[in-house]
Design a binder for this molecule. Structure first.
Ligand code: ADP
Ligand code: MG
Length: 368
């Protein structure tokens, strides 16, 4: 299918109204577009800053039809929209459905990565307790059981450290060997409807209890590893004929092996620092890919550190706002400050690495 350029004043329909939709909407509005959001939550983060909100579940065909009718192009901001329901609207979805399909299912995702010629952690498919027992023995402890769909921020995951631990399977799953990681990095690759490809700088990520805590650029990877990550990202994007944005999470093992952990068919939490630290933000670049505008250069302007703010940290984070005016403070307009749910982030841009470490400690002391 071929897709037309979309001109300012035309309408971008975004399926999903969370913080990613909100930041996509900010970018699209700045570029002169109208934005419509489909999301079941009233006053969701993206609806607060968009022209129109259709408040309905993602599988509601009438609501989807309404969004389709008023939009000139459609995009999605999260991967758990049931892809089948989007089938009738494909002629306005330049990204297509394959990126949604393969990232919705950890098994298909691993198979897609391996078929494209890239490495993943060793894993096995799990449907029954018996599968689990056999797989644990095959892979060797410790292992990590993950539901095939619906997981994020470590949800749907259970560690199994030795054979005496009993766990119950929650639906179709995969079992992964737990790998000793030297580092985790991510790469955000974009490819436009005119097949122009651009990657952002490689981002270093720190997770705690399987949740992303901090992201920073420039990466501390060696030049050689960094080049390999960039190469893998570009090749992978071309192999799957990507249109739009693909965020790729990598594991770097203690043997300097590069494994692809998982992908997201959209802008990514680790890329929030691109707003202040790169020549273009991941949000604007994504809008450029689907509207047919030439992609911008993505060079780093400032070294930067992004720290997530979770619900439990809201009160403490106000300290940042009050005392550190040079830290970029973002809140997503969420009404409920739920534990372990992202409600905002901060970005620190500084060329002075010592100052960056100082701020890293400030943030670690403020947040849980
Ligand atoms: P989610 O969809 O919740 O982000 P991930 O598969 O990315 O799921 O897991 C979250 C984090 O848990 C990873 O970033 C990494 O820190 C840790 N993790 C996941 N799988 C493994 C593994 N096989 N070995 C070691 N660490 C892992
Ligand atoms: Mg992840």
């Amino acid at each position: 299918m071929s897709y037309k350029n979309i001109q300012p004043d035309q309408t971008i329909g975004i399926i999903g109204g969370g913080q990613l939709g909100r930041m996509l909407s900010f970018a699209a509005k700045q570029m002169g577009y109208r934005v419509a959001i489909l999301d079941p939550k009233e006053n969701c983060p993206a609806a607060q800053v968009s022209d129109l909100h259709i408040c309905a579940p993602f599988h509601d065909q009438i609501a989807l039809q309404e969004l389709y009718d008023i939009s000139d192009v459609l995009t999605y901001e999260f991967e758990n929209v049931p892809h089948q329901v989007l089938e009738p609207f494909l002629d306005k979805i330049p990204q297509g459905l394959f990126p949604l399909k393969f990232t919705q299912d950890r098994l298909l995702e691993k198979e897609t990565i391996q078929k494209a010629g890239f490495k993943t952690v060793p894993y096995l498919k799990i449907d029954t307790q018996k599968d689990l027992k056999i797989a644990c023995e095959k892979l060797g402890y410790p292992v990590l059981l993950k539901t095939r769909s619906g997981g994020y921020d470590g949800k749907g995951q259970q560690f199994i450290h030795h054979q005496d631990i009993q766990v119950d399977i929650n639906g179709p799953s995969i079992l992964e060997k737990v790998i000793e990681l030297k580092q985790e990095v991510s790469l955000i690759v974009t490819r436009s409807i005119h097949h122009e490809v651009k990657s952002f700088p490689v981002i270093d990520n720190i997770h705690r209890a399987q949740r992303l805590i901090e992201s920073s650029i420039p990466t501390s990877l060696s030049e050689q590893l960094m080049e390999k990550v960039l190469h893998i990202g570009k090749r992978f994007a071309e192999k799957i004929d990507l249109i739009g944005t693909l965020a790729i999470e990598f594991f770097i093992t203690t043997n300097n092996e590069i494994l692809i952990n998982e992908c997201a068919p959209r802008v990514h939490n680790s890329g929030h620092l691109t707003i202040e630290a790169c020549q273009v933000s991941q949000f604007e670049q994504h809008i450029r890919t689907i509207t047919g505008q030439p992609l911008k250069e993505t060079n780093m302007i400032y070294p930067a550190l992004m720290v997530n703010i979770y619900g439990q940290d809201y009160q403490a984070s106000l300290d940042v706002l009050a005392n550190y005016p040079n830290i970029h403070y973002h809140l997503y307009g969420k009404k409920e400050m739920k534990k372990n749910r992202k409600i905002g982030h901060v970005t620190i841009c500084t060329k002075d690495i010592e100052q960056r470490e100082y701020y890293r400690n400030v943030m670690r002391n403020i947040l849980n």
